[in-house]
Write a protein that binds this ligand. Sequence first.
Ligand code: HEC
Ligand code: HEC
Ligand code: HEC
Ligand code: HEC
Length: 127
Amino acid sequence: MKKITKISLGLAILALFVVVLLPGAFAQKKAPESMMLKLEGAKLPPVPFSHPLHTEKAKIGCVECHHKDKNPREPEGCMPCHDLKNVKNGAIPIKDAYHKNCIDCHKESSAKGVKAPTACNDCHKKQ
Ligand code: HEC
Ligand code: HEC
Ligand code: HEC
Ligand code: HEC
């Protein structure tokens, strides 16, 4: 191979790395800012959930909630694993998973003086 071809091949590989691979290494699926959580067939009012409040203000890591994703920076929600009604592959039904995840932490946090909702109608708030 001529020297010049070697160099351009080198540059091509470098460019590929910068353009394709590097952004991938730092990519993070952007968390939705505010959402209303509502399960299929829900009877109570939907529950508001803010990512920025939890991840930025309260400084909670993604894995605290997205605990089983192969890549916690690109999570896919809870429903792929937590079923609406049944225990599936050891994963408790989604309502129980939410209640355990959300309420346990809110109780701990409130006990430490940072108030977070623990009563039914504080989360299932009538609009
Ligand atoms: C920290 C917030 C939080 C608190 C407190 C809470 N829940 Fe929930 N609950 C949720 C979330 C999130 C869901 C899933 C989204 C939805 O509401 O459909 C849910 C779902 C449910 C569901 C299934 C959906 C429906 O509406 O039928 C029921 C029933 C329920 N909760 C009852 C309760 C009761 C009763 C209490 C009080 C003892 C309570 N929850 C307290 C967050 C909370
Ligand atoms: C306090 C709990 C909590 C934390 C911390 C958290 N998330 Fe989430 N996230 C949720 C819940 C709940 C949902 C809604 C899940 C669903 O609809 O099944 C969600 C949904 C998402 C979704 C949409 C998934 C989809 O395609 O349905 C993305 C993307 C996401 N979160 C990214 C992140 C990232 C990135 C971080 C960390 C910077 C993070 N989340 C931290 C609870 C959390
Ligand atoms: C890739 C599959 C998967 C995803 C996605 C997932 N879970 Fe789980 N989860 C499981 C399995 C499996 C268990 C059973 C216990 C274990 O293996 O840790 C579990 C257990 C739990 C438990 C009970 C833990 C305990 O101490 O008993 C909670 C709470 C929970 N999940 C909440 C969530 C929430 C909230 C989300 C979405 C933000 C979520 N999970 C997403 C698979 C998943
Ligand atoms: C690991 C801890 C942790 C988990 C898990 C968690 N939260 Fe929170 N949450 C907090 C803290 C801390 C606050 C109070 C933040 C503040 O006011 O500084 C809070 C506040 C809230 C508020 C009140 C927001 C407001 O505007 O007053 C809602 C609603 C809420 N969380 C919903 C949820 C739901 C729904 C889930 C489960 C999907 C959840 N949280 C899971 C720690 C947690």
